[in-house]
Design a protein around this ligand. Structure first.
Ligand SMILES: Cc1cc2nc3c(=O)[nH]c(=O)nc-3n(C[C@H](O)[C@H](O)[C@H](O)COP(=O)(O)OP(=O)(O)OC[C@H]3O[C@@H](n4cnc5c(N)ncnc54)[C@H](O)[C@@H]3O)c2cc1C
Length: 415
């Protein structure tokens, strides 16, 4: 795919964390880059996440036996999993694939593949945040998983083993040891599991914006346009058509998060992606030391520069459907049962659509039938974690070099 220098032009669709990191890595490879977004950098899912950088997050979300728990989850209004009745049928094929991905052998294959990418995240972010002057936006305080029941602690054992058996260090703790790490936790915490290797971003939206500003300062172009389709050309990548213009480049990257499915379909590739929507609210931060995950309620809690972010939600609704804040906030407000005295004053709220694949793995590689179009989407729950690694891999593919990580497990035609 390497071209001579005057032909090194690339167009990246989507300025979320994946698109921005991809654009920066393409720029580092010598490409003249145009980044197109309908909303602006970091306005969608990449702005609303829990901030976690899961350097050990190699466990897929579908695990053996999960299918038995799904009906109970769907019946519980306070459970993060929800499927609006109108989306039951459209989402069924995705759920079948999701449950099949939870077979023991497949879990092992997926975890092995994910480990290769998650274990490189800090190295991949390093040059980007250094150049952008944003090194301090990535913190390394680990992640403390907390449990208020022995049952939740025991039922998390399988997933912890998936990680620890692959070398991810996890310290199992009793309630007092957990409170030593995070003294604001209440007396109802009976267990903890500390994963020191994890990091977090102190403001995910600002990170995307700072990286996009750096791209432009370094000669890149940022356009606020909505891509509506493609026009095939005889040589090179298809022309990218927006609501107001059309653009040509030698290379096109689709990094449009949960909207990528529709764009890929226009080029003849069907990917089984679902929008898995999640929600957050910001509260005043009482001085929480580092990211927490309350596993009994599946709430992520992260101290950020502008408050304490509480996030959750796995709502399988159409990507552009209006948010259901009533249900989501009822779920998030349970956080007051974990941190006594927490001031429940909502400073901000938001919703984002995760681009989720049924096997919990991203889609990275050339579009079938269009070698000059690369896919960089489908990062589900770990898109902030993987943004820079994916960008680096796309940069290597674009430069015509062998990728530093085997991307076969992530190929677009694996389904
Ligand atoms: C509540 C919640 C918590 C999360 N917590 C974490 C976490 O702790 N750690 C982690 O690693 N991940 C987390 N995630 C997941 C992570 O946020 C996503 O995987 C990631 O943001 C996806 O990034 P993206 O760049 O692929 O997509 P997006 O951020 O959605 O960006 C896609 C961009 O494409 C643009 N676009 C779409 N269609 C078009 C078009 N036709 N024309 C032009 N532009 C277009 C959109 O405007 C958007 O800006 C969380 C997600 C949620 C919802």
């Amino acid at each position: 795919m390497a071209e001579n220098s005057q032909e090194r032009t690339a167009l990246v669709i989507g300025a979320g964390i994946v698109g921005v990191c991809t654009a920066l890595y393409l720029q580092r490879e010598g490409f003249t880059v145009t980044l197109i977004d309908k909303a602006g950098p970091g306005e969608t899912c990449s702005a609303v996440n829990a901030g976690g950088l899961g350097a050990g997050s190699c466990s897929p979300f579908s695990l053996p036996g999960l299918w038995r728990k799904v009906p109970g989850m769907l019946m519980n209004r306070l459970h993060p999993l929800s499927v609006p009745p109108s989306n039951f049928l459209p989402a069924t094929p995705w759920f079948i694939r999701f449950l099949l991905a939870g077979r023991q052998r497949r879990v092992d294959e997926i975890a092995d593949a994910l480990l290769t990418v998650v274990s490189n995240i800090f190295e991949a972010y390093e040059p980007l945040v250094t150049d952008a002057g944003a090194k301090d936006m990535i913190q390394h305080q680990g992640r403390l998983f907390v449990y208020t029941s022995r049952r939740a602690f025991e039922s998390g054992r399988y997933e912890r083993n998936v990680r620890s058996s692959r070398g991810v260090e996890i310290e199992e703790l009793d309630g007092d040891q957990t409170r030593e790490i995070e003294p604001k936790l209440g007396p109802n915490v009976v267990h903890g599991a500390y994963q020191r290797i994890n990091g977090h971003v102190v403001n995910p939206k600002r990170l995307v914006q700072v990286l996009a500003e750096h791209l432009v300062r370094s000669g890149g172009t940022l356009l606020r346009e909505k891509v509506t389709g493609f026009e095939t050309v005889t040589d090179g990548a298809p022309k990218v058509v927006t609501e107001t213009a059309s653009h040509t480049a030698r290379l096109v990257v689709i990094a449009a998060g949960a909207w990528s499915r529709a764009l890929a379909a226009q080029l003849g590739t069907e990917v089984p992606m679902q929008a898995e929507r999640g929600y957050f609210m910001m509260l005043p931060d009482p001085g929480i030391r580092g990211p927490l995950q309350w596993n009994d309620k599946l709430l992520a809690i992260c101290p950020m520069e502008h408050g304490l972010r509480v996030s959750s939600g796995a709502e399988f609704a159409p990507v552009d459907a209006p948010p259901d804040y009533d249900r989501a906030l009822a779920n998030l407000r349970q956080v007051d049962g974990l941190i006594p005295g927490l001031e429940m004053r909502e400073l901000e709220r938001g919703m984002g659509a995760r681009p989720s694949m049924p096997d919990s793995m991203p889609v990275i590689g050339a579009c079938p039938g269009h070698p000059k179009v690369l896919f960089a989407f489908g990062h589900g729950h770990i898109g902030l974690t993987l943004g820079a690694v994916t960008g680096k891999l796309i940069g290597e593919l674009a430069a015509g070099r062998p990728t530093s990580i085997d991307i076969t497990p992530f190929r677009p035609d694996r389904f």
